[in-house]
Design a protein around this ligand. Structure first.
Ligand SMILES: O=C(O)C(=O)C[C@]1(C(=O)O)C=C[C@@H](O)C=C1
Length: 85
């Protein structure tokens, strides 16, 4: 591959990465908002802020889909919605 072709190819792949990152940021914000609303709804009904069994399911799904790093990502995703433990 020539240097010129490599430059064009990298630019195209970076464009797709930017699209993916934009989607990821949008989904992250949407998820955090939904999580916050669920928590507020449950607390208003007299429930708990956390549901640890549900959090375990989510961490398992991320680990199954991504591997060990998925667990770390799930913890960040959860914290973005419900806040720190
Ligand atoms: O699914 C719920 O019941 C939520 O409150 C949402 C959520 C989440 O962000 O996924 C947040 C806090 C709970 O401990 C479990 C899950």
């Amino acid at each position: 591959m020539t240097e010129d072709l490599a430059t064009v190819s990298i630019a195209a792949m970076r464009q797709r990465i930017d699209e993916i990152d934009d989607a990821f940021i949008r989904l992250w914000r949407e998820r955090a908002e939904l999580s916050h609303r669920i928590g507020a709804t449950r607390i208003a009904a007299g429930g708990t802020r956390l549901v640890l069994s549900r959090e375990q399911q989510i961490m398992d799904r991320f680990r199954d889909g991504i591997g060990e790093e998925g667990t770390q990502l799930a913890l960040l995703v959860l914290r973005a919605g419900r806040g720190p433990l």
